[in-house]
Design a protein. Structure first.
Length: 403
């Protein structure tokens, strides 16, 4: 991808990466991605908004040179400091001897360890602060946790252009700059939703706050850090409405307390059913279902776990450990929004019973709140064991409140 004109004074100089299939280790990118970067030319000064991944530095520099001599750039705006935005910055700054980096307070801290350079000219900007480029005004809007603490937006009112960082973006790559050229809209919409779920779903309250901050801006286009430029009357309104829908605060009427388990010979299943019975005794109006993890879609279970008010988690002990499906489920935990969520751990064992303490250690590390020391039964639970499980379930259920 070479440079592309966005308006008379704004240029896209970013990089396309259509071959990427995994982003940040855990996120699939079936349709590639782009590392968007923009130049804004004023009558007096020039700003570069965002940098790009270090792998593509040479092409990125050539894109900039198509529009301007890099030495004439006065500012580099970093709306966010993740390496896909800043990886090339340390090398890039050798070509921008006169540039000052404009960044949030949190970003200024991260930048030191990302570039490992002490010679950079850095200026911290605050919410509502403006920089005049000469006929072009950049206003900075802090947007914490969209999706890092350092995130912010940059608004250029003269062009009705919002540089939204990761917000409203998508890991989606076609050889076009604007949304009105999207050739495969269904694939784009799939990528948009997947991007939101992976990046912004843990920060829904901040998404709502971000939408509130921009709702009165006369936006003509949104230039995000990934995906096509969104334009008024094409995809811009659609994407904003989708973000509103996806980030809406849940309206919960009933408490939800699922019981997740796996069972090699049916013994852990018996305990799960007894715990379910006890929870319902304490919370008769709650939704309390048991789920054999290997018989359900992992994505659906993960969503249930992240949205519930508390849960129970059961595993047999095999080879001195909890079984893999339990670890896979816990790998999907939204750590931010599950803090202090109550969890009851249980399981049947034969020799030593490490599954329960190991799972307790894991949920503790995830900042959740394990209930007591959990519950272990050796081999086949007796009627007395199951009665204890019912009582434990009842005691646990009494501690769960609507989140």
């Amino acid at each position: 991808m070479s440079s592309a004109k966005v308006t008379n004074d704004i240029y896209s100089v970013g990089i396309l990466n259509p071959n990427m299939r995994v982003f940040d280790i855990v996120m699939t990118t079936d349709y590639g991605t782009s590392y968007n970067s923009y130049l804004v030319k004023g009558n007096e000064k020039v700003a570069l908004i965002e940098a790009c991944h270090k792998t593509y530095f040479k092409q990125y520099l050539e894109n900039i040179k198509e529009v301007i001599d890099p030495a004439k750039i006065d500012y580099v705006v970093l709306n966010h400091n993740e390496p896909d935005h800043t990886g090339s910055l340390a090398e890039l700054m050798d070509y921008l001897p006169n540039a000052t980096i404009l960044i949030s307070q949190a970003g200024s801290i991260y930048l030191k360890n990302i570039t490992n350079r002490k010679d950079l000219k850095v200026q911290v900007v605050k919410n509502g602060e403006t920089i005049d480029l000469g006929g072009k005004t950049m206003e900075f809007i802090t947007a914490p946790f969209l999706h890092w603490p350092d995130s912010m937006f940059t608004w250029v009112k003269e062009d009705g252009t919002l540089f939204s960082c990761d917000f409203l973006g998508a890991h989606y790559c076609e050889p076009y700059t604007f949304d009105y050229n999207i050739a495969y809209p269904e694939k784009y919409e799939s990528a948009l939703k997947g991007y939101f779920d992976a990046i912004f779903a843990p920060f829904k309250s901040y998404v709502r706050a971000g939408l509130e901050k921009i709702k009165d801006l006369p936006i003509e286009r949104v230039c995000s850090s990934h995906g096509p430029i969104l334009t008024k009357g094409v995809r811009l309104e659609f994407v904003i409405e989708e973000y509103k829908l996806w980030s809406a605060a849940p309206q919960k009427e009933k408490m939800t307390i699922p019981v997740f388990y796996t069972s090699a010979y049916g013994n852990t299943r018996k305990i799960a059913k007894a715990i379910q019975k006890g929870i319902l005794q304490a919370q008769p109006d709650a939704v309390v279902e048991t789920y054999d993890i290997i018989k359900h879609d992992m994505g659906a279970l993960a969503q249930l776990l992240n949205e519930c008010d508390g849960f129970a988690l059961g595993s047999p002990t095999i080879n001195g450990e909890a079984v893999p499906p339990l670890w896979m489920l816990l790998a999907h935990v939204d750590v931010i929004n599950n803090k202090k969520k109550p969890v009851l751990v249980f399981g049947s064992y034969g020799w030593s019973g490490e599954a329960v303490p190991n799972l307790i250690a894991r949920v503790t590390g995830l900042k959740m709140a394990p209930f007591g020391e959990g519950y272990k039964v050796c081999f086949v639970p007796t009627e007395e064991d199951l009665e204890k499980a019912v009582e434990l379930g009842r005691s646990f259920g009494e501690t769960v409140t609507l989140r």
